[in-house]
Design a protein around this ligand. Structure first.
Ligand SMILES: [Zn+2]
Length: 246
């Protein structure tokens, strides 16, 4: 992996339009709800794009897929509202089966060209597993992050890519900044000391996913403090930041 380029401008961001792109309802709130709330608080429009329907995320043997999909969409809408966001788009791909296809990339390009974000926050597709943290990254997370990056560059940028979209009025768009979350340390930190409680309220909205709110709070606070020690904030979210020049 390249060493972070210290000549880069990594000064704090003040975006106008932020698009979060992730696989499941709740991914973005674990990764970035503190950052989303902070950006919303300084006037940014916040949009979420959730690619799958979340239809596998339940231990309840009696719940139907249709009920779970509806519940998780409602939970995600509530969470976005709590952190001051504007709206959520659901693409409805089946949970657990996500593949990086041109169809998926085109669906993401359509949303990027509609929302026209200056900052996209998505999941780091290079994270396959972590021995230290003892987990295998969900394949949907990797596919979502990869498709999002491909959609940002070069597919959303070029009018000759997906000419049918251009003909329908979806103008090309360049996203200036990408923030990738791998739920660990990156090269860019956002101070979430003042928005940590909002992050927890947003996570709490995902009732079907978070049976142990207190345990989740301890986990989130531990991660945020650890990030904070690396950057002199009390509580922080961490990202790999790419200033896209192309
Ligand atoms: Zn997920």
């Amino acid at each position: 992996m390249d060493e972070p380029d210290i000549s880069e401008d990594f000064s704090p961001l003040n975006p106008k339009i932020v698009l979060g792109i992730a696989a499941h309802p709740d991914d973005l709130d674990y990764a970035a709800a503190g950052t989303m709330a902070k950006f919303a608080g300084t006037g940014a429009e916040i949009h979420y794009l959730i690619i799958t329907d979340g239809s596998k995320g339940s231990d309840d043997l009696h719940i139907s897929e249709a009920d779970l999909i509806k519940m998780r969409e409602d939970e995600q809408r509530a969470a976005v509202q709590i952190l001051g966001g504007k709206g959520v788009t659901f693409l409805g791909y089946p949970d657990g089966e996500l593949e990086v296809t041109m169809k998926l990339k085109k669906d993401i390009v359509r949303v990027i060209r509609t929302i026209k974000p200056d900052v996209v926050i998505t999941l780091d597709p290079t994270l396959v597993y972590s021995v230290e943290r003892g987990f295998i990254n969900h394949p949907d997370h990797r596919a979502a992050g990869q498709a999002a990056l491909d959609a940002i560059f070069p597919l959303a940028r070029d009018h000759l890519t997906f000419p049918d979209l251009y003909a329908e009025g979806f103008e090309p768009h360049k996203t200036a900044i990408v923030l990738l979350s791998n739920f660990g340390a990156g090269n860019y930190f956002v101070d979430i000391t003042d928005t940590f409680e909002t992050k927890m309220a947003a996570l709490k909205a995902h009732e079907s996913q978070i049976p142990d709110v207190d345990g989740t709070r301890v986990w989130m606070e531990t991660v945020a403090r650890k990030n904070g020690e690396l950057c002199d904030y009390e509580l922080a979210e961490s990202f790999m930041r790419i200033n896209v020049r192309g």
